[in-house]
Design a protein around this ligand. Structure first.
Ligand code: ATP
Length: 291
C-alpha cells in the first residue's frame, strides 16, 4: 500500500530511485563476485585453471596512460596461504588486490590462477574461483532470498538458511515475519550495517570461491558488531587462500607471508618474524602500529 501511495505521489522519483538502486546493485555485485570492470572480453572458453596457485609475473598497471601504479610486481600465493599486503596509503595495495581478483587486467605481465591467465578467462569462470570482499554494502531492493540467490542461482531454502547460519545471521533472519520473503533495501526492512555485511558474507558462503581478496578498510561498525562479524568472517576465510589488504596489526601478524608494497613495488616479502628481524620497512611499520 505504502509503495503504491508513494508511486502515485512521486512516480518519476520512485523510478529514478529504483534505477539508481539497480545500478548500485549491479556495481556492488560486480565488485563482490569479482567481475572485471575493464572492457568485457569474451574470454577463452577452453582456458581453465589447473590448480589454485596464484602468480603475478612482472605486472605493470596504471589507471591512466603514463601513470604507473604498479611496476614489475611478481608474487606467488600458494593454495591455502594467507598473504597480507601492507604499506603506506596510496602505495598500490588495493590496486594489486583488484588485479589478483581479476577485476583489472595488467597492462604488461601476467596474473595466472592454476596456470591460466586471469584476463583471458571468461569472467564467469574467474568469478567462480576468486572473489573480492570489501566493506561496501551489498543489499539491493528485493527479498532476502533474492539477495542471497545472486550468489548461487537455484539454491534451495535449506542452503540459504545454512549460509545464513554460517555467518550467524540465522537468528535475526528467523525472527522476521516473512522470513526469506522479507523485502529488504530501500522501502523494505532497513538492515543495520552489520546485517548488510552478514548478507554479503552469506553470499560468499554460497558462491564458495577458493580464493578471496579481502580489503579490510576501516570499519564503520561499532566495536561489538565488528567483533561479532569478525568471528563470522574468520569462519568464511577458513580453508581458503586469502590475500588481505591489511590495515591492522594482527592481520599482518597472523599472515603466512607479508608483502610490503611501496611506491607500486614489492619492497619486502617474508613472514612477520623474518621481516621484523630484517629491520626494514615492515619492522618500522610494525613499531608504529604497536606504539
Ligand atoms: P590505501 O591504503 O590508502 O587504500 P593503497 O595502497 O591501497 O592505499 P591504491 O588504492 O591501490 O593504494 O592506490 C594507488 C594509486 O592509484 C593512488 O595514487 C590512487 O590515487 C590511484 N587510484 C586508486 N584507485 C584508482 C581509480 N579507480 N582510478 C584512478 N586512480 C586510482
Amino acid at each position: 500500500g505504502a509503495l503504491i501511495a508513494q508511486m502515485l505521489v512521486d512516480p518519476i522519483g520512485m523510478i529514478l530511485r529504483w534505477y539508481d538502486e539497480l545500478q548500485v546493485a549491479q556495481v556492488s555485485l560486480a565488485r563482490l563476485v569479482g567481475v572485471r570492470d575493464v572492457e568485457p572480453v569474451a574470454g577463452d572458453e577452453s582456458l581453465a585453471p589447473d590448480g589454485r596457485d596464484v602468480h603475478a609475473d612482472r605486472v605493470h598497471f596504471g589507471y591512466r596512460a603514463g601513470v604507473d601504479v604498479l611496476r614489475k610486481v611478481s608474487l606467488e600465493v600458494a593454495p591455502g596461504t594467507r598473504l597480507a599486503l601492507v604499506g603506506p596509503s596510496g602505495a598500490g595495495k588495493s590496486t594489486l588486490g583488484r588485479l589478483l581478483a581479476g577485476i583489472y587486467a595488467p597492462r604488461d605481465g601476467r596474473i595466472t590462477l592454476g596456470g591460466a591467465e586471469l584476463s583471458r578467462m571468461p569472467a564467469e569462470r574467474v568469478r567462480s574461483h576468486v572473489a573480492l570482499v570489501n566493506q561496501e554494502h551489498h543489499v539491493f531492493v528485493g527479498s532476502l532470498r533474492d539477495n542471497l540467490l545472486l550468489a548461487r542461482t537455484g539454491a534451495g531454502d535449506a542452503e540459504l538458511w545454512a549460509a545464513l547460519g554460517a555467518v550467524d545471521a540465522d537468528g535475526w533472519a528467523q525472527a522476521l515475519d516473512d522470513g526469506l520473503d522479507t523485502e529488504v533495501g530501500s522501502g523494505g526492512l532497513a538492515l543495520t550495517p552489520a546485517q548488510a555485511q552478514q548478507i554479503a558474507l552469506a553470499r560468499l558462503v554460497l558462491a564458495d570461491p577458493h580464493t578471496l581478496v579481502l580489503d579490510e578498510a576501516t570499519s564503520l561498525l561499532d566495536p561489538r558488531a565488528a567483533r561479532h562479524l569478525e568471528r563470522s568472517l574468520a569462519r568464511v576465510l577458513d580453508g581458503r587462500t586469502v590475500v588481505a589488504i591489511a590495515h591492522r596489526l594482527h592481520t599482518a601478524h597472523d599472515a603466512d607471508v607479508i608483502a610490503v608494497v611501496e611506491n607500486g613495488q614489492i619492497s619486502e616479502l617474508g613472514s612477520h618474524d623474518q621481516l621484523v628481524a630484517a629491520d626494514g620497512a615492515y619492522a618500522a611499520l610494525w613499531r608504529s602500529w604497536h606504539g
